[in-house]
Design a protein around this ligand. Structure first.
Ligand code: PXP
Length: 248
């Protein structure tokens, strides 16, 4: 990080669940690309979209349209499969976040086993990086996973905040400490650190306050809040919560 602008904690807005609502009726409304453009106007620094193997929310056409229409960077979340690699290499988004994917899960449960999956994942990191795509690995806040990410040449890790967000009381405090320690360790070994999953107005502050955190990716809560306050307002309030936490 070299400039003030880069020191600002970035907000990536995930538009998957705009597509979930659209797909519930099988039509074209609401359009995740329109939501992404609105998010950028409301202060999102980037847009995140997960092209799942079963295409349950974002579609191939959405990725094509996001690549065509967005003026902010696209972070494509994907499983480490040959099909997804070909799609990423075709579109060359700004970033790819490699995530574990199980067909039966409701959402991304747990992080990638970067340590155990080293042989499988390394060629993906290399091929994506060779194409100029910034690769991150979605992992648990565990030094073993961070070491594995670094050893396979990924410049970025995204720490899974799901269990921290789901926990309460002392358990949440302990999980926050793991995230804080992992973010410090990531910085020490030269990895850029992102975080995401399950973040809300109630849980974002302590994660945003971590000084070496560079980016948060947030989706489901913002799309849910949009029902009550509008998408732009939910993003602005999240942005303000992040800025307040970061400056205090
Ligand atoms: N980061 C990653 C890697 C994810 O897989 C997801 C969920 O798609 C998110 C962030 C956003 O999580 P949420 O929708 O719960 O805010």
């Amino acid at each position: 990080m070299t400039s003030r602008t880069e020191d600002r904690l970035r907000l990536g807005v995930n538009v998957d669940h705009v597509a979930t609502v659209r797909n519930a009726r099988g039509g074209v409304h609401p359009d995740p690309v329109r939501a992404a453009l609105l998010a950028a106007e409301a202060g999102a620094d980037g847009i995140t979209a997960h092209l799942r193997e079963d295409r349950r929310h974002i579609s191939d056409a959405d990725i094509e349209a996001l690549m065509r229409d967005l003026t902010v960077p696209l972070n494509l979340e994907m499983a480490a499969t040959a099909e997804m690699l070909a799609i990423a290499l075709k579109h060359k988004p700004h970033a790819v976040c490699l995530v574990p994917e199980k067909r039966q899960e409701r959402t991304t449960e747990g992080g990638l086993d970067a340590a155990g999956g080293h042989h499988h994942l390394t060629p993906f990191v290399r091929k994506l990086s060779d194409a100029g795509i910034r690769v991150s690995l979605f992992i648990e806040a565990d030094p073993r996973q961070l070491d594995a990410a670094r050893s396979m040449g990924a410049p970025v890790v995204e720490l899974h905040t799901g269990s921290y967000c789901d926990a309460a009381g002392a358990a949440r405090g302990a999980l926050l400490k793991r995230i804080q320690d992992a973010a410090a360790y990531a910085h020490k070994i030269g990895l850029e650190c992102h975080a995401g999953h399950g973040l809300s107005y109630d849980t974002v502050g302590p994660v945003a306050a971590i000084p070496t955190m560079a980016e948060l990716n947030i989706g489901h809560f913002l799309v849910g809040e949009a029902i009550f306050t509008g998408f732009a307002a939910s993003i602005r309030r999240m942005r303000a919560a992040m800025d307040t936490a970061r400056s205090s």
